[in-house]
Design a protein around this ligand. Sequence first.
Ligand SMILES: [Fe+2]
Length: 320
Amino acid sequence: MSVTTAPNVDDFARANHLDGLTSPSLAAILEHQTGYTVEKARRFLRFQERIDRELLRHSIIRHNDYTAWFRQGRQDTDQIRAFIVQFSVFSNMFLVAQLWKTINADSLEGMRASKEILANEIGVVFRPTGEAQPAGRDEGRAYDPELVAAEGSVDGGTFRFRAAHFEWLLQIARKLGLGFNAVGKRRHGTEATLFFCDELARLYGSEDYRISQAASYAVENWAAAGFWDELVEGLETFSTRTGAGLPLAFFTWHSRLEAQHALHTQEELEGLYFTSRVDEGAFIRHGNEMLDGVAAFWNGLNGQRQRLAAQLASSARFSK
Ligand SMILES: [Fe+2]
């Protein structure tokens, strides 16, 4: 997203030592919008320093052993299958957390923002902003993640079964010999994966919308830290090396989507801070709890791939 910056907004930021604040917040201060003051902006920037220090340096944001290994593309097929199964459980259980977040929204605007994500997940294709629904345009592939927009709104968008993110993931699963009932269900989740899914429902989908917003900020910053790109890199290398020809659009589409999301996250945090009373300590605490859940997921996958490698090594010894 390109934020149009009026030159006076930059001058204003410099003159008031508010560098680092996003343009929409600076413009709101200049327009004397309710809640937006220079004093509060300075407080926010101090809070941001605290977030950087006490939340965004969480171990899973700084370093992820699993994705660092995964990106090298050295997996064997069992390790790829195990990953797809756990990811499909997370992907499906995320719908539950997103529905809770929608129900527990504290404003109609918040509810709609959550529905954008939920409806898109289950198959409503984004209608690119300012564009009419592309009726008749390559209708045969209107669900294809290679073609559908990664930004826009579900409002006025078209529902397609085959545009559900789960169905995209199912394409990869099938290529790996995993059928519909081998993926996506809670019963397929490891303890670590289920802990993460339950933490998502508890925190991200919390009835207390302040907890939900802290968890949401944490999740978005985790996603922006680049794990989608690492997964795409590893899967492409694996697919080429083994000739598996995996349809990777589920992952490449999410990587495209994330590039847009990261830009909005900061603006959302500032909007929250200026328009409501944020308990800074609780925000950081809940954000960290959410990231502990995220870390459990990846560390669980890392333990699983190590166990699979050990099993393979021992069965190779036996067969000698
Ligand atoms: Fe998705």
